[in-house]
Design a protein around this ligand. Structure first.
Ligand code: GTR
Length: 411
């Protein structure tokens, strides 16, 4: 019986989608949040108030971006990487004739090292002009986004076709007049602390963790690099309107989409779906997943410098509302799920609300409230937010709202 109780407990936790550690250590009680003061978004390092777009763009933004690069996500060498594209598929009768399916092998080469990424795209046939495209990496391999038998399986996955199809409402996206572009995120960094050598970091001479400097980028930086490299390809595709790419990421890839959106101004819209700690959620609240926990469980995600703030969130020179502000004035959508407490929905909401200060400088509306909206009721301005019912996932409700948001700002 003694052994059975903990086993039953762990089983119950796994049913509820809880990590054992999460159940034991994490705080979800608002009254137990340690006191904190957020770094002032609109104040320069030497204490000057930022009141104009010019001061934001010329002084404050250039102060913040390198702090996130050096202390949180890490930098990648700017060295030139050779890139080539090979079209493996271009089929105009995909999805019952409603879409064109393209599959492009992207090869990166530098110093004799070669890495490949396989891009899968669906483009709507009913639109005769260049189309806006949702760019959203997948977790399980290209073949898992649809049961379409002609999808070429991704190199690092043998999971079955259509395994994650519920997260990819292709018809909805195509009918709404959008394309979809996706790559298995493992193509840029197989998500494990033991797989640096297979990642694109090897192109830069970083085949192991030990080679990487304290401010060097690791997996999130590699995935963000991947998002920008796919955008480079999209700029060459005559069927795509590359000025209308909607960058979307879920969870760890939501952290990534925010970082890629902050560093690459070519992305027209940025969407963070339940990105949590190190994504949209304010680190200082320490609700659900914390900096200490994330750096210990996923030492290969952020730069090594980020570990300095384990259990010392108040010493962070930035907080995540400032990351969101780096996306201004572009449209930004932050979304949470009610039962995804690990990602701290309120912390995600508040940082989106506070980022609004910068949008205001541009004469645009952020969320315009610091009161959490009721569930399933999106607040939609230049910044949008929703907290839907349900668990950590990507659902039709999420997609329907992202499509509506894209319609609002791109059409
Ligand atoms: C969890 C992790 C989160 C989030 C999530 C995911 O294990 O603690 O930060 O990234 O994974 O990516 O699904």
């Amino acid at each position: 019986m003694k052994q059975i109780v903990p086993i039953l407990f762990l089983f119950a936790c796994s049913l509820l989608g809880l990590h054992a550690q999460e159940a034991g250590e994490a705080n979800y009680d608002e009254s137990k949040i340690p006191p904190y003061t957020l770094p002032a978004l609109l104040e320069t390092a030497n204490g000057q108030k930022v009141t104009t777009v010019q001061q934001w763009e010329q002084t404050r933004r250039p102060e913040l971006l390198p702090i996130f690069a050096g202390q949180v996500y890490g930098k990648l060498p700017a060295d030139k990487v050779d890139v080539s594209y090979k079209k493996l598929d271009d089929n105009h009768s995909a999805l019952d004739g409603s879409a064109t399916r393209k599959q492009i092998e992207i090869t990166f080469t530098r110093n004799g090292v070669e890495r490949k990424a396989l891009l899968l795209m669906y483009l709507p046939n009913h639109i005769k002009t260049k189309v806006p495209v949702f760019l959203h990496f997948n977790f399980q391999g290209n073949q898992t986004v649809s049961a379409d038998p002609d999808i070429i399986p991704s190199q690092y996955s043998d999971l079955p076709r259509g395994n994650q199809a519920s997260r990819w409402p292709l018809e909805k996206i195509i009918d709404a007049g959008y394309g979809l572009a996706t790559v298995h995120y493992f193509d840029f960094f197989p998500d494990s602390k033991d797989r640096y050598a297979e990642s694109i970091l090897a192109l830069f001479g970083y085949p192991s963790e030990g080679d990487i400097p304290a401010d060097g980028g690791q997996a999130i930086a590699a995935w963000a690099w991947g998002y920008s490299r796919v955008l480079d390809y999209l700029e060459t595709d005559r069927q795509v309107d590359a000025s209308k790419i909607i960058l979307m990421g879920h969870s760890r890839l939501g952290k990534t989409s925010l970082w890629a959106g902050a560093t690459d101004p070519r992305f027209a819209i940025v969407i963070s779906n339940e990105s949590g700690c190190g994504g949209a959620a304010l680190s200082r609240r320490q609700v659900g997943e914390t900096v200490n926990r994330i750096n210990n469980v996923f030492p290969h995600w952020f730069c090594k410098n980020f570990r300095r703030y384990n259990k010392k969130e108040n010493e962070l020179p930035v907080d995540q509302h400032e990351l969101l502000a780096l996306i201004a004035p572009r449209p930004l959508y932050v979304a949470s799920a009610e039962e995804d407490r690990w990602s701290d929905p309120k912390g995600e909401f508040l940082s989106a609300a506070y980022a609004g200060e910068v949008y205001k400088l541009y004469g645009m509306k952020g969320l315009e409230t610091t009161t959490m909206p009721t569930v399933n009721t999106p607040v939609v301005n230049r910044i949008a937010y929703h907290n839907r019912t349900g668990m950590h996932d990507v659902t039709d409700f999420d997609w329907e709202n992202y499509i509506r948001f894209a319609d609002k700002w791109l059409k």
